[in-house]
Design a protein around this ligand. Structure first.
Ligand code: PEP
Length: 254
């Protein structure tokens, strides 16, 4: 039986200025239970990474970025390098979030380059994929996501499968209050796993965590976690309230 440690990762998106980030980080340290059964990550905006890192120091909560650029340094105004993420002890980084794909035109090729740069630096990508409502209604969601996975992972060498994470986030369920059912999530997460087996072989595929994301909250997380190929959640809205996020971690630790 595959033995994957569950993950609950919070995506703060463009919320919380520095004082608010410090406050939330303090509240999380106090509220989030520590358990070997679940890895907990928070991904604040870049401006908040340093102060959040400081507040999380000594706790079991790990830090992640929300974006990265693949070059090491230079004239790339507004970008953040892997070295900069490492300098604040970020161990994870979200890439390919649908908001970045939609609003900032991030492509699968970009996602692949970001994954390579992160992995070379020893930072774990949380690589997002997911279909629009239009694709889902056309019944092409599995095909669409499998294609994203193939492009996003192209040529990656995964030596430690615990250091590459995928988040399946159907776009129509993000921030809308509309959740996919646990069966919907399993259908796509199962297809992702099968694709990973084809690409990397069974052993590696068995070690890669596949998270669900899209209006996940304390009330519905348990249903997702029961599914064979769902290893946790990437959480937006509910990660901004310490009690909600802590309750989700608690459920994942059961
Ligand atoms: C997200 O953006 O990663 C997300 C899952 O958001 P929400 O939980 O708010 O739907």
């Amino acid at each position: 039986m595959p033995n994957r440690t569950r993950m609950i990762a919070g995506n703060w998106k463009m919320n919380n200025d520095v004082p608010a980030a410090k406050k939330l980080a303090e509240e999380l340290v106090a509220a989030v239970p520590t358990s070997d059964a679940v890895e907990v990550v928070v991904c604040p905006p870049t401006i908040d990474l340093a102060c959040t890192s400081h507040k999380l120091a000594g706790s079991a909560i790990k830090l992640g970025g929300q974006n990265v650029y693949w070059e090491e340094k230079g004239a790339y105004t507004g970008e953040t390098s892997t070295g900069m993420l490492k300098s604040v002890n970020a161990e994870y980084c979200i890439i390919g979030h649908s908001e970045r794909r939609d609003y900032f035109h991030e492509t699968d090729e970009d996602v692949n380059k970001k994954a390579r740069a992160l992995m070379a630096a020893g930072i774990t990508p949380i690589s997002c994929c997911g279909e629009s409502l239009e694709v889902r209604e056309a019944g092409k969601h599995v095909e669409f996501v499998v294609d994203q996975i193939k492009k996003d992972t192209e040529g990656l060498e995964i030596t430690d499968p615990s250091k590459y994470v995928i988040a399946y986030e159907p776009i129509w369920a993000i921030g809308t209050g509309k959740t996919a059912t646990a069966d919907d999530a399993q259908e796509v997460c199962g297809a992702i796993r099968k694709t990973l087996v084809e690409i990397f072989g069974q052993e590696t595929a068995d070690g890669i965590r596949v998270l669900y994301g899209g209006s996940a909250k304390p009330e519905n997380i348990a249903g997702f976690l029961e599914k064979e190929d769902v290893d946790g959640a990437l959480v937006g809205g509910a990660s901004l309230v310490a009690e909600s996020f802590a309750a989700m971690v608690e459920k994942a630790a059961e």
